[in-house]
Each structure stands twice: as C-alpha cells, then as structure tokens.
Design a binder for this molecule. Structure first.
Ligand SMILES: N[C@@H](CCC(=O)N[C@@H](CS)C(=O)NCC(=O)O)C(=O)O
Length: 225
C-alpha cells in the first residue's frame, strides 16, 4: 500500500485527508490505520506527531512521514499531480488557491471547530460544555459566512473557479455545524451562493464514502454510540 494514514474515522482531521485522497483518486492507495484517541499521549505516537494529535501519514515507498492534515493533503496532491492544487507555475491560480486555504483556516475553522468541540466532542469525552462560548462562536461564524457570500458571488469555489483542496478542507467541521443546524445560513438559502457551494461540496462522492465508513466504524465500537 503506497500510503498509511495513522488516525481514526472519528478524527475530523483524518476525515479531511481521506476525503482529499478519495477525490484525487488515491482512495485505494491509502489505508487508514485506526487507533483509540488515548494513543496520541503515548511516546510511541509523539515520536511521529509531537503535538499529541492525529493523523500522520507515512509514504511507504520512501518512509517519509508528515503530519498536519492540510499539509498531508497538499503533499499527496503534489506527489500525484492532482488538479485539486494548482501548479505553482500558474501563479495566479496558485495564489487564489493559497488565499482559499488561508480563508478556511482563519475564517472558518476556529469557530466551526469550536462549535464541534462544545456541542459534540465535549459530550463524547465527558468534558464540560460552555454555553456562552457556543453563542459567541455561532455569532462569529454567521458573520464570517457573510464574507463567504461576498466571495462566492464572484467565484464558484473558495480557491477560485474550480474545486480545490481549499473547499475540501471545510467538510469535516462544516458538516458537523450543518447537521447541528446551529448556523442556519450555511444551508437555509439566506446566503444563496454559500448554500449552493455547500450543497456541491457536501455531495462529493469521497465525502459520502467517508461518512459511510465512519458509520460502519462507529457501529463496530458500540460504546461510542
Ligand atoms: N492541525 C492539526 C489538528 C489535529 C487535531 O486536532 N487532531 C485531533 C483529532 S481531529 C486530535 O488528535 N485530538 C487528540 C486530543 O486532543 O487528544 C491537523 O490538522 O492535523
């Protein structure tokens, strides 16, 4: 197998990599080696990912290792020549792509991942949830989506007029926020360009496949349900 991703189906960051790899057509080249979350605290894990987080990727041909889900996706795209990441030779397309990646990381992820933590993961890990923070994050993400609407009225996707990794990066936390319905403007049509964009990316076959695999994996570990 060319690539091994060490993580879990329950890891949103592993989901990002699995969806990107599937969309690049690398689905069968990459296998997920699944672990319990407690594993990230063991020295055996921090030798590969020093920040006690999953996932990390091993390129089995070279034994090269890389962590940080977005960097893993870009590594896979560079190696496979995928058009989900424009070539640096096309400087404008590449610039728009990097702009899109930064938009996701600075304007979407902080609020969306915070909401996912407060409303889903805190419960899952028996941690307290902060209702005041939830309200604050809802307001922040709602405001950010107005910026998304302005951007998406000028270009079809976050990184330009074509689907790129920048769009895929939104899926794991965006889908949690969408399912919870806590930021209605993502899906209710009040921001029509955002709604159309979200509908397109959340229907990507590799994302649907990931969701199926996650369900199967959760069913296999009944205590998580
Ligand atoms: N920026 C990192 C974040 C990784 C991360 O937060 N991983 C979570 C799972 S999605 C984790 O391993 N958490 C373990 C813990 O907090 O104990 C990435 O994108 O890979």
């Amino acid at each position: 197998m060319p690539y091994t991703l060490h993580g879990s189906y329950l890891s949103t960051c592993a989901a990002r990599v699995l969806t990107a790899a599937g969309t690049m057509g690398l689905g069968t080249d990459l296998v997920l080696q699944s672990y319990d979350f407690t594993k990230v605290h063991e020295p055996e894990w921090t030798a590969h990912q020093p920040f006690n987080q999953m996932p990390f990727l091993v390129d089995n041909a070279s034994s090269f290792e890389i962590f940080e889900s977005r960097a893993i996706c870009k590594y896979l795209a560079a190696k496979s020549g995928s058009d989900l990441m424009p070539s640096q030779a096309d400087v404008e397309a590449y610039g728009r792509f990097e702009q899109g990646c930064s938009i996701e990381q600075s304007n979407f992820d902080p609020a969306a991942s915070g909401l996912a933590f407060e409303l889903v993961f805190a419960k899952m890990f028996d941690l307290p949830s902060d209702a005041k923070r939830v309200e604050k994050l809802k307001g922040e993400l709602t405001k950010k989506l107005q910026g998304y609407e302005r951007l998406l009225s000028k270009q079809k996707f976050i990184g330009g007029d074509k689907l790129t990794l920048a769009d895929i990066f939104h899926l794991p936390y965006g889908s949690i926020v969408a399912q919870l319905g806590v930021v209605p403007s993502l899906t209710d049509g009040s921001l029509p360009h955002v709604q159309a964009w979200w509908r397109t990316i959340s229907q990507l076959p590799a994302w649907k496949e990931y969701e199926k695999q996650r369900e199967a994996s959760m069913a296999a570990m009944a205590p998580w349900k």
